[in-house]
Design a protein around this ligand. Structure first.
Ligand code: SAM
Length: 226
């Protein structure tokens, strides 16, 4: 089992889910308009193979769920029971038998190593208390050669943009959102290969990241060429 050597000083503490429990009505009213389109586009672009076993970490109210193809199985996890209640209702209403959701801490997933073909996570790594631990858990439960799809705000490589966004971070921190997470930092020392990172549009603050898990295990299993 791969555990990330943690660089953060704080002891692991899940982000306080009561915050999200109180936020559900406002969240439902505003957030989908902002975020849903980029999630749908990123899921479509990944072209999930039929019968894939998919885990979504931080599934929230289930806004992404209708974007998944119906010929795969999806498990969604989240710390907030109130968010999950909304997701559950959506699943019932639509009779999505290929989807289930359950409460779980992203920093301590209870799945076995290498359980999923694809792990997705949208707008969540900036709200957990230990982003590196969450990423390490994602990699751990993803199969060798499995894929990761993540959308999040990551700190810009452009120092000017990074400074401007950092100052907004003082406000968003109160909402539980960090703006200073660096993608390279959270993936460092993890057995994964970054395949692509792109902006959904040139002005977007968000990055879509696709990666392959444990690529060296796949390479080791391949017969040597003659
Ligand atoms: C900004 S919302 C994003 C939800 C959804 N992915 C979306 O894009 O709309 C962040 C989600 O992370 C969940 N969350 C926060 N800390 C968590 C943790 N430690 N483990 C699992 N979920 C967590 C919150 O309950 C919330 O649903």
């Amino acid at each position: 089992m791969h555990r990330v050597p943690t660089r953060e000083k704080k002891t692991p503490q899940p982000h306080s889910s009561p915050f999200y429990n109180h936020l559900v009505p406002a969240y439902q009213a505003l957030w989908p308009a902002v975020a849903k389109r980029r999630i749908t586009a990123a899921i479509k672009a990944m072209n999930f193979p039929a019968n894939s076993k998919v885990l979504e970490v931080g599934v929230g109210t289930g806004m992404s769920l209708e974007s998944y193809p119906t010929n795969i199985s999806v498990t969604g996890v989240d710390l907030s029971e109130a968010m999950l209640a909304e997701a559950d209702q959506l699943i019932d209403e639509n009779q999505w038998h290929h989807i289930n959701v359950r409460p779980m801490n992203a920093e301590e997933l209870t799945f076995d190593d290498s359980s999923f073909d694809i792990v997705t996570s949208f707008h969540t790594i900036s709200v957990v208390s230990q982003p590196q631990r969450m990423m390490a858990e994602i990699v751990r439960v993803c199969k060798p050669g499995g894929r990761i799809l993540m959308i999040n705000h990551f700190r810009s490589d452009n120092p000017l943009i990074a400074r401007v966004v950092d100052s907004a971070g003082n406000i968003t921190k109160r909402l539980g959102w960090r703006t200073d997470i660096e993608l390279d930092e959270v993936v460092r020392e993890l057995p994964l290969r970054l395949d692509s990172r792109y902006k959904p549009n040139p002005l977007s603050l968000f990055t879509v990241m696709e990666a392959t898990c444990k690529p060296e295990q796949i390479a080791a299993a391949e017969p040597a060429s003659v």
